[in-house]
Write a protein of this length. Structure first.
Length: 334
């Protein structure tokens, strides 16, 4: 029986990212009256995990069957990249709001299909471009917008991680490192500065032919901006995310592996550690940004206010930059 005023959510894919969404939804369940009533995963162990997390959940081996048989207000798409568009469109056609993990889709054609489905359904698609919700990146956005330390002179971002799971090595399914890691920094750059005036691309590939490292250089007038991403050859390599933003009045440096992850070197010689403290939320520190983006999604469902979510058209603008990078990389190989 449907509980009055409780938003019914479904999760398709209860693996690593599905678990992140589930953990945050359990916190939101109390604050925003939301409950996971259905979950789909072909893996029996992951379906059983969903039952432990949500005792009244109904589980399915197939996400399409779940969408067809369940009355849902929202669905979380947490499955491999090449399946995002198919399941997102199916949910929209059923009149269900969608929160999909990044990248929202693989190709421009898929993006057009999604936009059409969203428009026809009257529902909304939110995309998990989670870096926008990390406190360190929000702080950079704040001081840039407010010109706290004058004009931005240059910006460099980088992220790298361990050798990927086997399915990621199939570019047709994952989009390679460009759509897995690099997408985060490119999305933040677009969020901060808009579309670049020009793009240069340098890349390397694994033996399988999948792009595993990319360095992209962007121009914003006279401001040089670069973003580098790497899938390491080692399965034991740590995940690293960092940036260096040089302003007229100081340089802001972020490195996720350092104890003082955010450092400001001011023009007058002072070295400070900006207060970018999180509010207290009942999730682990590494999950807070995910909490914030999921919370924004349910606030949108409650109020109709879209300002805090990453909307489909916004995410597709980022994808347009990435597709251009892919095109440049392919042309260089010819």
């Amino acid at each position: 029986m449907h509980k009055k005023n409780v938003l019914r959510a479904g999760i398709i894919g209860n693996g690593n990212m599905g678990q992140v969404h589930s953990e945050n939804l359990k916190v939101l369940a109390e604050e925003m009256q939301v409950e996971v009533t259905a979950a789909a995963d072909p893996n029996e162990e992951l379906r059983n995990q969903a039952k432990k997390d949500w005792p009244e959940v109904k589980t399915y081996t197939d996400g399409l069957a779940m969408l067809e048989n369940e009355e849902l207000d929202a669905v979380h798409i947490c499955i491999p990249t090449h399946l995002h568009m198919k399941y997102s469109v199916a949910a929209l056609e059923r009149g269900i709001h969608v929160f999909t993990e990044k990248p929202v889709c693989l190709t421009k054609k898929e993006g057009e299909q999604l936009l059409k489905a969203e428009k026809q359904s009257g529902k909304s698609v939110a995309v998990g471009q989670v870096v926008r919700y990390f406190k360190e990146y929000q702080y950079l956005k704040e001081i840039y917008d407010n010109r706290t330390y004058g004009e931005l002179k240059s910006l460099r971002l980088r992220r790298s991680g361990e050798y990927p799971s086997p399915w990621f090595l199939n570019s047709a399914k994952s989009g390679g490192v460009i759509l897995d890691l690099h997408i985060h920094d490119v999305d933040f750059i677009k969020y901060l500065l808009g579309r670049p005036g020009s793009i240069k691309v340098y890349q390397t590939e694994f033996q399988e032919g999948t792009v595993n490292q990319i360095l992209a250089e962007f121009r914003y007038g006279m401001i040089p901006v670069s973003a580098e991403a790497l899938w390491d050859v080692s399965p034991s390599a740590p995940f690293i995310a960092e940036y260096q933003a040089c302003f007229e009045g100081g340089t802001l440096v972020y490195h996720n592996q350092k104890e003082n992850s955010l450092i400001l070197y001011e023009q007058n010689g002072n070295v400070t550690y900006p207060d970018a403290a999180e509010e207290v939320i009942k999730v682990t520190k590494d999950k807070i940004a995910y909490y914030k983006e999921i919370e924004a999604f349910y606030q949108m469902l409650r109020t109709g206010e879209h300002k805090k979510i990453v909307r489909l058209e916004d995410a597709l603008e980022t994808m347009g930059i990435l597709w251009e990078e892919q095109r440049i990389g392919r042309n260089k190989k010819k």
